[in-house]
Design a binder for this molecule. Structure first.
Ligand code: AMP
Length: 352
């Protein structure tokens, strides 16, 4: 792939905060972004221009793609076929999207490469849930196969008697049932893969979730060290097998018998936001570099410790104090209304 020089335009499908931060990194390097989404969002504030259209409107997507030099996406809850129709202008390719957006496919893909998800079973319909409970056991988590995020589309089962309630809670199948993992910690491997196949992995952050939503990510994370090499080896294999170009994130549990694969995202990730101030090159800049065919930047820590905390819903009201706090870097996404569970911004605390 040839290198796209400064001045080129990156098309971003999706208008959320991830697109916003990709746009800010792109601008720093002299590139601009063109956002494509059905509605305006945080990315529009920093975009050169935008197109409005549905995520499955192939004609509108093609018209958008003609106006940009490369197309990338900032979330995966979109149909893969219309993205595939844009051809090799899309990085990462639609294949990364197809695998990562479907829990059945991603688990099979990872298993074929030697990775270990929690014990799981496919649940096509309500009858299959009873069979899945018999094979997986309880406690377990029922998750919609597609289009779940931030703990949405998930329900816990403590016993087989919870099946009806769990089935209703996720709005019916298709789904997967996963054994509940008794983990000591959670972490993620955030990596960037260039168009030449070079891979750069950030030091993995330990992640703490609250109500299914990421709360904090911190590095370095000595508690996850015994699980790190196994997880990184799998992440490298996944990136290679997908021929992924851009940032790729894999989430893991520290399980009693090793690193348990949870899920992957074919994009920049909330658990990598600390890299803006805490790493030599942010995940956003490295995503931009990768999709433009540029060499990747260094991923080493630039701080003794970095911790990112999400500002969810009303947490954002603390912004004046956070702005005044020494060593704290405040990021607000420009969302007007602070609804419960909505990611309004984040703060990264750095210790030099
Ligand atoms: P997910 O959207 O699948 O990443 O799930 C969100 C969070 O729910 C995870 O980060 C965990 O904290 C928790 N969780 C999900 N699946 C499991 C599982 N099989 N066992 C234990 N905790 C889980």
């Amino acid at each position: 792939m040839s290198v796209l020089p400064p001045g080129a335009t990156i098309g971003i499908i999706g208008s959320g905060q991830l697109g916003r931060m990709i746009g800010m990194a792109a601008a720093q390097l002299g590139y601009r972004i063109h956002v494509y989404a059905p509605e305006t969002g945080p990315a529009n504030d920093v975009a050169f221009t935008h197109s409005r259209g549905a995520y499955d409107d192939i004609d509108a997507l093609r018209a958008f793609a003609r106006q940009v030099d490369v197309v990338t996406y900032e979330f995966e809850n979109i149909a893969a076929a219309p993205i595939a129709a844009l051809g090799d202008k899309v990085r990462p390719s639609a294949r990364s999207l197809e695998i990562a957006q479907d829990r059945v496919r991603e688990k099979r893909f990872v298993e074929a490469l030697g990775g270990t998800p929690a014990r799981w079973a496919e649940v096509a319909d309500r009858a299959a849930l009873d069979a899945a409970i018999a094979s997986v056991g309880c406690p377990a988590v029922l998750k919609t196969t597609r289009f779940g995020y931030d703990g949405k589309g998930q329900a816990r089962l403590m016993a087989a008697g919870d099946a009806d309630a769990a089935w209703d809670a996720i709005g019916g199948g298709p789904a997967v049932l996963e054994a509940f993992v008794d983990f000591s910690a959670e972490f993620s491997v955030v990596l960037a893969r260039g168009s030449d196949g070079a891979v750069a992995m950030y030091p993995p952050p330990a992640n703490v979730h609250k109500d299914g939503i990421l709360d904090t990510s911190s590095v370095p994370a000595p508690a996850i060290e015994p699980w790190r090499a196994q997880a990184e080896a799998l992440a490298a294999k996944v990136a290679e097998a997908l021929d992924h170009v851009g940032v790729l994130t894999l989430e893991f549990f520290c399980g009693p018998d090793g690193a348990v694969f949870n899920e992957m995202a074919p994009r920049v990730h909330n658990s990598g936001h600390w890299t803006i101030e805490g790493a030599e090159t942010s995940q956003f800049e490295n995503h931009v570099r990768a999709v433009l065919g540029l060499p990747l930047g260094g991923v080493g820590l630039t701080a003794a410790h970095a911790e990112m905390t999400n500002l969810i819903g009303d947490d954002v009201a603390a912004w004046p104090a956070l702005m005044a706090e020494s060593g704290a870097h405040l990021h607000l996404y420009g969302k007007r209304e602070a609804r419960p569970g909505r990611k309004m911004g984040h703060v990264t605390r750095i210790e030099r």
